[in-house]
Design a protein around this ligand. Structure first.
Ligand code: 13P
Length: 261
């Protein structure tokens, strides 16, 4: 069965104190669930991924040390392992602290930092080489959807960013479909729109690799996913969980999303 995942991308938010409060509030809820095995979550907790700002990485890792079901990673990495790249953080550094995952190609990186698919492919390669699991983000802008180019655009992002990998490697990648028009806007993709794109992504993986790999890969939805709409989105056949921005900053909301399968 495919892995169910709920990931929180804290983006560039929270003071150190607020970040630790959030992590600890979340931990209390997870502990309670693990102790009581609350039947509200019949299949147990999904895998939880947290992406705090880099400066808080070790503090958040410390909170969840020895928690198998909670992994902590970073929102971005540099495409080189080390060297004269002032201000950057490499996957080697993240891994050496105990971080396990990295977002790659978030639309905010593509738009504000001009990251293209070729660069993102390099980042994925270096992440994998250093033992990090990439969460590769793809998704179209509003004009692409309005002109019916969304499938083609997302297909190119996937092909250039990921499909150079061999089948064994690609199985370790997590895909996140995040339509840019839905991010931070409150305008969530409808469950039908999300399912349609996720099924399409799976079809692409099937065509390039195999049915088995397509069935095994986790594809998350992101974009104004919240405590109210998560259950409807996660009920879709090809939606394996969510990459959550704003709603991951409140422990109550984020935990409700975690319980939404
Ligand atoms: P929002 O949930 O705030 O729309 O952000 C989604 C996102 O960009 C997660 O990476």
């Amino acid at each position: 069965m495919r892995k169910k995942i709920v990931a929180g991308n804290w983006k560039m938010n929270l003071s150190a104190e607020e970040a630790l409060t959030l992590a600890n509030e979340l931990k209390v809820k997870i502990d309670h669930q693990l102790d009581t095995k609350d039947p509200k979550i019949p299949n147990g907790l999904p895998q939880i991924l947290l992406f705090p700002p880099n400066v808080y990485l070790s503090r958040v890792l410390e909170v969840f040390r020895n928690y198998e079901g909670v992994a902590v990673g970073v929102q971005n990495i540099h495409q080189e392992e080390k060297g004269a790249f002032t201000g950057e953080v490499s996957p080697l550094m993240v891994r050496s602290l105990g971080g396990t995952h990295t977002l790659i190609g978030h639309s905010e990186r593509r738009i504000h930092f001009n990251e293209d698919d070729e660069l993102l492919a390099k980042k994925i390669a270096l992440a994998v080489k250093n033992g990090l699991t990439p969460v590769y983000c793809c998704g179209e802008m509003l004009p692409d959807r309005e002109t019916g180019k969304h499938f083609q655009l997302v297909s190119e992002q996937l092909k250039k960013g990921v499909f150079w990998m061999d089948e064994q490697e690609v199985k370790n990648i997590i895909i996140a479909y995040e339509p840019v028009w839905a991010i931070g806007t409150g305008q969530t993709a409808s469950p039908e729109q999300a399912q349609e794109m996720h099924a399409y992504l799976r079809e692409l993986i099937n065509d390039h690799y195999s049915k088995k790999t397509a069935e095994e890969m986790t594809i998350l939805y992101g974009g104004s996913c919240n405590a109210k709409n998560a259950a409807e989105l996660f009920a879709q056949k090809d939606v394996d969980g969510g990459l959550i921005g704003g709603a991951s900053l409140k422990a109550d909301d984020f935990f409700t999303i975690i319980q939404s399968f």
